[in-house]
Design a protein around this ligand. Structure first.
Ligand code: TYM
Length: 342
């Protein structure tokens, strides 16, 4: 029996955070054995905010290297850059005609971004979830591992797939979200622990980056905001900072909340902060070392990305042929070998 297909991606908008690592990338690497995995650097999505071309190009390659450094194995999984496969943008257009304005109006990430990027509320920011649906549906994806913040976008992908299939037959697989467990679904900001840890937040102390040095990681955790209650509990409403640290510690150590509470009972916040930092440093040290090796060998990285793009292109073309046929679009003979039609 063939393995279930997994697709996921992250945006090359600066370095990735510990939230991206625990909420997404680490889970991806764990799925490689028993799933047919496709991991994408979603550079087209990142264009919805302004990018400096020279920096952007480096960030895209950095992110691909980071996927590999985190343990994505190109012999087991497909790893590629979104803009290398034109079918993503092409399918996004076709799917936009099956997506309702009202659905896009309801996307909370769009509302947040429209507020924080009020000077540049472009149409791409609005149709962003359609491109995400195209990414996923293009490969017949069964499961999409993501952090909690992407759940609403996934719901839309499912709705669009169901709507298309209802009108044109069973072309798309309806994908299932796979939200990370073990406290890692929504790692919070270290300074404002009611918000998710996000790479786009200004403050350096608020976010731990995957490539941070051990000293920087320790400093950030020591300065993490907690509260004045002086107890260590899992009462998130009253102790969001403490619960975030417990969630990070247990995600890094693969422990349950019960184990975390037992471990830290009778301790002060100082120990919780330092031990959480140590657990994160132990986790990220090998990733940083491998990343530096990979980035010093551009030929190896280019070779891996070229192979990944070719694998993705081949798979995407099969789906485009089915979608275009279902919609009644004549197939380009030079691309698909004939005009198609029934
Ligand atoms: P992005 O680049 O914002 O984040 C990449 C992944 O990291 C997860 N994540 C978190 N998980 C836990 N705690 C956090 N604080 C945290 N911050 C981020 C995200 O949920 C995500 O899984 N739209 C997507 C990229 C995308 C995509 C796709 C994902 C484009 N096409 C198709 C899956 C399938 C995004 O902006 O992720």
């Amino acid at each position: 029996m063939s393995k279930p297909i997994v697709f996921s991606g992250a945006q090359p908008t600066g370095q990735l955070t510990l939230g991206n690592y625990l909420g997404a990338l680490r889970q991806w690497t764990r799925m490689q054995e028993d799933h047919d995995c496709i991991f994408c650097v979603v550079d087209l999505h990142a264009l919805t905010v302004r990018q400096d071309p020279a920096i952007f190009r480096e960030r895209i390659l950095d992110l691909a290297a980071l996927y590999l450094a985190c343990g994505i194995d190109p012999d087991k999984s497909v790893i590629f850059i979104q803009s290398h496969v034109p079918a993503h943008a092409e399918l996004a257009w076709l799917l936009s005609t099956f997506t309702m304005m009202g659905e896009l109006d309801r996307m909370t990430q769009f509302k947040d971004k429209a507020r924080s990027h009020a000077h540049n509320v472009n149409a791409g920011l609005y149709t962003y979830p359609v491109l995400m649906a195209a990414d996923i549906l293009l490969y017949g994806t069964h499961r999409v591992p993501v952090g909690e913040d992407q759940k609403q976008h996934l719901e839309l992908s499912r709705d669009v797939a169901v709507r298309f299939n209802g009108l044109h037959g069973p072309v798309f697989v309806v994908p299932e979200p796979l939200v990370t467990g073990g406290g890692a679904a929504r790692i919070k900001d270290l300074q404002e622990p009611t918000k998710k840890m996000s790479k786009s937040v200004e403050s350096d102390l608020a976010k731990v980056m995957i490539l941070d040095t051990p000293d920087a990681i320790l400093k950030k955790f020591k300065k993490a905001v907690t509260d004045g209650l002086g107890v260590i509990s899992d009462d998130e409403a009253n102790q969001p900072g403490v619960v975030n640290l417990l969630n990070i510690w247990r995600a890094a150590r693969n422990a349950s909340m019960e184990e975390a509470l037992a471990h830290f009972s009778h301790n002060m916040y100082g120990k919780l902060k330092v031990e959480t930092a140590e657990a994160v440093i132990a986790l990220l040290d090998p990733v940083r070392n491998r990343f530096n090796e990979l980035r010093s060998d551009p030929a190896e990285l280019e070779g891996i990305l070229n192979r990944g793009a070719n694998q993705a292109l081949e798979r995407a073309e099969g789906m485009m042929k089915r979608v275009m046929t279902a919609l009644g679009l004549p197939l380009h003979a030079g691309r698909f070998g004939g005009l198609g039609g029934k």
